[in-house]
Design a protein around this ligand. Sequence first.
Ligand code: FMN
Length: 359
Amino acid sequence: MTDDTRRLFEPVAFGDLPLPNRIVMAPMTRNRAGPDNVPGPLTATYYAQRASAGLIVTEATQVSPQGQSYPATPGLHGQDQVEGWRAVVDAVHAAGGRIVAQLCHGGRISHPTFQPGGARPVAPSAIAPAGHIYGPDWSKRAYEVPVALDRVGIEAIVRDFATAAANARAAGFDGIEIHAGNGYLVDQFLRDGSNRRDDAYGGPPERRARFLAEVVEAIADRVGGARLGVRFSPWNGYNDMADSAPERLFPIAAKSVAPFGLAYVHVVEPVGTAPSIGRRIADAAATKLIVNGGYDGETAAVAVGSGDADAVAFAKPFIANPDLPARIAAGRPFAEADKATIYGGGARGYTDYPGDDGA
Ligand SMILES: Cc1cc2nc3c(=O)[nH]c(=O)nc-3n(C[C@H](O)[C@H](O)[C@H](O)COP(=O)(O)O)c2cc1C
């Protein structure tokens, strides 16, 4: 093992979250929640199999029925969902792991077929994303023009985030990650391609960051900031996202949440991005940095060994390699995931990937 690789296995404290190593399982939507968007026993098995990660971040979990984007994604707004997650968290803890809930509101990345009363989805501005989405029955549907949120609607969503965070703690989660990336609602407020508001929530970066800051403040009030992380994806055009000056916006957004003493920021920035802004974002938020995007064992070791990152998150590699940290430690190759079983279905392609020792 190289010195850099050894560093990946050194413990680190992210606020009140002590991590035994710096290999994080990145959030991944797998569309296997049961009726009423309750995670089931298979999901408990899936995450428990991956408990050797320093930290597991769950798949995006909607904070309200209005926040749902895709079929069979779990929620954290109802008591039955809290109970379902409690079984998942207990299984991960029993296997020696730590797990935080990624809380998400999809905003315009949704469809009336998911919305209470068949309403149109909500967003900062009435701008439909290009492309299409899948309805609850997986049928392909065009995006509809979302309804621009008014003040009352914004306040309700901020409260939904805080309630879902309290629910996450009640379910036993070690912490919470706010999904502020990949074109979902918080990101829609941040970037000027989707936010054309001229009120207190739009205009210059400081005002576009206001919704994020209100969500962070509301969650910190309920559960504290030291178990709270925020995920950004400054360069990601996914879900038809764009911003005129991401290198300026994201450090400003991060600075707006510095007063809340976050445990970490999680920045999706493909390995090799130059100039990188991950560390600038973490410094602006006065917290630790998890990087993510196309890393393998060697590039992750260099990122942590050089001090460019405090931890590295892996998404796709964790699908087919439940024992990813052991493989990285031993320098063994990663198994490839079967693309046909990534989204939806049952145990196949979910809980049946063996560890290297066949376990
Ligand atoms: C199947 C799949 C589902 C994903 N779901 C989420 C999600 O729910 N929340 C999120 O923040 N990112 C999600 N992502 C993005 C990943 O967390 C990650 O940023 C991306 O895959 C790049 O990391 P990687 O190269 O290690 O896979 C998903 C990615 C994949 C492949």
